[in-house]
Design a protein around this ligand. Structure first.
Ligand code: AMP
Ligand code: MG
Length: 418
């Protein structure tokens, strides 16, 4: 008997049944930190910036020297020198003088503002005219404005993006403790499968799912562990699954997940553990199994690559994120449907779409929807679920809910971006 759940119910089972992995840390350099999850809070051990800096090219001044000046009556200041980039400013600024400074340069002692070059005039012989007054603090970023010592800058559990990596660099942290990557076991099953490097004989096909799922695991910043192609043989599958479960945190078995006699995945999971559900009311992807062996999740994914892809996108990626103690943020945009979609039959249907930019985005180099652009168009990409090439270049997918009467051409739909 298949225990068929709705996609929503399947997602809830995943969230409730599995918790983040017990944490253990590893140290990585910033070059290897992208996508990794912080093991500890990061606390600033330095002031950033470490000195008061100019935010413009111009002249460091004592602001009161500029009060009341204007284009017709400039304040006249003597140039005391130039602050060199990368060097500390030499000497204190006295009233009636100014110092040339570039963006990011050190602010001399005594100076409390910087006048932009645009509001100055060089009269020669060291005489600088200021044509617009500045107030104390103008055009300066002060020592510690970014961070002060002891500030918790990033919290444990943060996924590191290019932004956080930049922040760590600014703080002088080039080695960082991150949670270890979950190990994702990948098993393909089927007597008809050969490795992508081989030439299939008649009746054989290449194993698409192993490289595809490997890429998904890498995309999730998890560690793929490939167990290769396993024949449709219960003993062989059982021993592969035993090894995978012992060595990894999550096991993905593709193929053999239906309820037919040649479909061994359910038998093998059931013999070693429990099945949480067998079947999701979705298209493609109905023959999906989630089981648990020794407390670890074991997915039986459909063999059809397109179905395997959708199930992975919708359920496997969130589970990997859950194990990592993070979550997936899905981005959606609205678009108009380029053609009508017919009703489906009691299953939520996921349909890949290509986006065309609306008129407002013409020539912007951006495909799809931009801010304030209501005219992006989503074109459904239909292909039989065995044909992975149908997914080439898609931008996202839409979901036609179960029991929907279909969606008319031109209707506004929500596109989840891939
Ligand atoms: P199954 O779920 O084992 O009944 O497989 C469903 C369909 O997907 C069959 O046509 C299989 O040949 C195909 N298939 C299964 N596994 C893979 C794979 N790893 N790569 C490509 N196609 C597959
Ligand atoms: Mg099979």
């Amino acid at each position: 008997m298949l225990t068929v759940l709705t996609p929503q119910e399947a997602a809830e089972v995943i969230f409730e049944r599995f918790v983040p992995l017990a944490e253990s840390a590893e140290i990585v350099g910033l070059g290897g930190a992208l996508g990794r999850v912080l093991y500890d809070d990061v606390v600033a051990k330095e002031y950033v910036p470490g000195f008061d800096r100019s935010t413009v090219d111009g002249y460091a001044v004592i602001s009161s020297d500029t009060f009341g000046c204007s284009e017709s009556i400039p304040a006249l200041l003597m140039l005391s020198g130039e602050v060199l980039m990368g060097k500390a400013a030499q000497g204190a600024l006295l009233s009636g003088t100014c110092a040339a400074v570039s963006t990011g340069g050190d602010l001399p002692e005594g100076a409390d503002a910087v006048v932009m070059l645009e509001y100055t005039e060089d009269f020669g012989n060291g005489l600088i005219g200021i044509t617009s007054p500045v107030a104390p603090g103008n055009n300066i970023i002060f020592k510690g404005d970014d961070t002060v010592i002891g500030n918790a800058i990033l919290s444990c559990g943060t996924s590191l993006t290019s932004i956080e990596i930049g922040i760590l660099a600014a703080l002088g942290i080039d080695q960082v403790a991150v949670r270890r990557k979950p190990r994702v076991a990948i098993i393909s099953t089927g007597d008809e499968l050969v490795a992508p490097s081989e030439t299939p004989l008649r009746g054989q096909i290449r194993d698409v799912n192993t490289p595809m799922l490997t890429a998904v695991a890498e995309q999730c910043h998890a560690l793929p562990v490939v167990y290769g192609i396993v024949r449709d043989d219960e003993v062989a599958l059982r021993s592969a699954v035993e090894r995978a479960v012992a060595e990894c945190d999550i096991t993905l078995i593709s193929g053999g997940s239906s309820a037919g006699t040649r479909d061994l995945t359910a038998c093998v999971i059931e013999a070693a553990g429990d099945i949480l559900f067998h079947g999701i009311a979705m298209k493609p992807g109905k023959p999906t199994i989630l089981g648990v062996i020794d407390g670890k999740p074991v997915f039986g994914l459909p063999g059809h690559p397109v179905a395997a892809y959708f199930v992975t996108e919708l359920f496997v990626r969130p589970l990997i994120a859950r194990l990592m103690g993070t979550e997936i943020v899905r981005r959606t945009v609205t678009a108009r449907l380029s053609e009508a979609l017919s009703s489906n039959h009691g299953r939520a249907e996921y349909i890949a779409v290509m986006m065309r930019r609306g008129d407002a985005m013409q020539g912007s180099g951006v495909r799809g929807q931009g801010p304030g652009d209501e005219s992006a168009i989503a074109r459904p990409v239909r292909g039989k679920s065995g044909l992975i090439s149908s997914l080439a270049g898609v931008d996202g997918y839409i979901c036609v809910p179960r029991d929907s009467e279909g969606i008319p051409k031109g209707a506004v739909v929500e596109v989840t971006l891939l």
